[in-house]
Design a protein around this ligand. Structure first.
Ligand code: GLV
Ligand code: MN
Ligand code: MN
Length: 410
């Protein structure tokens, strides 16, 4: 058998996705492994065990990033692959997990073939990619790439108030590997698309060339609580109304701007949240994304101007706190071309893609040539227990990863 004929063991990959998905299973086919919770620890323990069983040298760094290292024939800069195993509270089985477990499937395929690459290989599982419990998202890879100081990362507070450094300590993942462990020769991340494009077009592989910018903020509105029955409409300072109005404004803004602009108000808390009390306080999250940095700035500015005008007209106070801000990323064209070539050689249909979601690859792209491989998400559903990718597509993506890594490491 030649190297060109190597394939990953698809059944084993599927079995592992299912097994990892049992940890934090929500009973509806989904998974909840919020970063640095007990469930995340159990998931990490399992992946760490699998890394060891594949003969990888396991290391954990001080932000909890987990690495499995496979030596090459030369002690030179490694090729890295990976993703994350934390999930949102309503996650599926594939987001993140697929990339990490496919990295291990590649290692197992090489082990079976008795093949050693020239460059070392590293399989990584980065901490808190989702940003659902701690913000910003992609926190572990951001620290790894030098974009956030370790001390600031440790001091980050979860939505439940816990301190990130304390949680790392508590679950036993405050490691002491060098930060960064290695400066990769290249980074390739395999991921489900999480959007509808590949599924709608019936294409198996996306060679991801860029990734849109992300702006996360939290708006707090302070109004005046009062009686819902006796307060005339013209005398209200209604935080609840303002939250709803801002959500409607953002929806209209995205529609008006068009292109890749998206806007989401994913969380709203009202206080005191009672039927007959005008809300005293509202807190809402705003997620804005665009592939064009200037347009993303424009969306942020238009939101700020609208919030200021609304605060004046309603007589409330509106303050904004930034939770995450990442510019659009252009991935390495050479690696994206290589992915497209390998997909074609293996007989899979492929197309260039832009990532709508945030990924650890966007952080690694700061320190190494990086690109991503996407496979279809049925009906584009993700961050939802119904997230699904067909087994054949999972296998295809992992085989493209295998051959892309082989070429980069040769
Ligand atoms: C990460 O999953 C994101 O929000 O894009
Ligand atoms: Mn992900
Ligand atoms: Mn996700």
């Amino acid at each position: 058998m030649t190297t060109q004929d190597l394939r990953i063991d698809a059944d084993a990959l599927l079995a592992r996705l299912t097994e990892l998905g049992r940890i934090g299973a929500t009973g509806d086919g989904g998974c909840c492994r919020l970063a640095l919770t007990d469930a995340d620890r159990a998931g990490r323990d399992l992946v760490r065990r699998w890394m060891g069983e594949s003969g990888l040298q396991v290391q954990v760094d001080p932000v909890g990033n987990l690495f499995g290292y496979r030596a090459g024939t030369e002690d030179t800069a490694p090729v890295m692959t990976g993703s994350h195993i934390d999930t949102v509270a309503t996650g599926g089985l594939y987001d993140g997990n697929y990339g990490v477990l496919s990295g291990l499937a590649v290692v197992q395929a090489l082990n079976r073939a008795g093949l050693k690459t020239r460059r070392p290989l590293v399989v990584a599982a980065f901490t808190n990619e989702e940003g659902a419990r701690f913000q910003p998202d992609m926190l572990g890879s951001l620290v790894y790439a030098g974009g956030l100081a370790l001390a600031a990362a440790h001091d980050t507070r979860a939505i439940d108030g816990a301190r990130l450094g304390d949680e790392l300590q508590r679950i036993g993942y405050l490691g002491n590997a060098p930060l960064p462990l290695v400066r990769p020769h290249a980074y390739v991340e395999l991921h489900v698309e999480q959007g509808p494009v590949l599924d709608a077009e019936g294409i198996t592989i996306g060679a991801v060339r860029d990734l849109q910018g992300i702006s996360w903020q939290e708006l707090t509105i302070e109004g005046q609580p009062n009686h819902a029955g006796t307060t005339p409409m013209r005398l209200r300072h209604d935080a609840g109304f303002c939250a709803a109005e801002l959500a409607c404004f953002l929806r209209a803004l995205a529609a008006e701007m068009g292109g890749s602009q998206v806007a989401t108000v994913g969380a709203i808390d009202l206080h005191p949240n009672l039927i007959n009390v005008i809300a005293a306080r509202a807190r809402l999250t705003v997620d804005l994304r665009n592939t064009d940095e200037a347009l993303l700035c424009q969306a942020e500015q238009r939101l700020a101007a609208h919030a200021a005008a609304l605060a004046a007209s309603e007589g409330v106070r509106i303050t904004a706190r930034r939770l995450a801000r990442f510019e659009p990323v252009r991935f390495d064209a050479g690696i994206a071309d290589l992915i497209a070539r390998q997909a074609a050689r293996l007989g899979y249909s492929q197309r260039p893609m832009t990532s709508g979601a945030g990924h650890d690859a966007q952080m690694l792209a700061r320190m190494a040539p990086a690109a991503m491989i996407f496979v279809p998400s049925v009906r584009g559903i993700s961050h939802n227990p119904a997230e699904y990718t067909a087994p054949g597509d999972l296998a295809a993506g992992a085989n493209v990863l295998l051959h892309t890594l082989l070429e980069l490491a040769s």
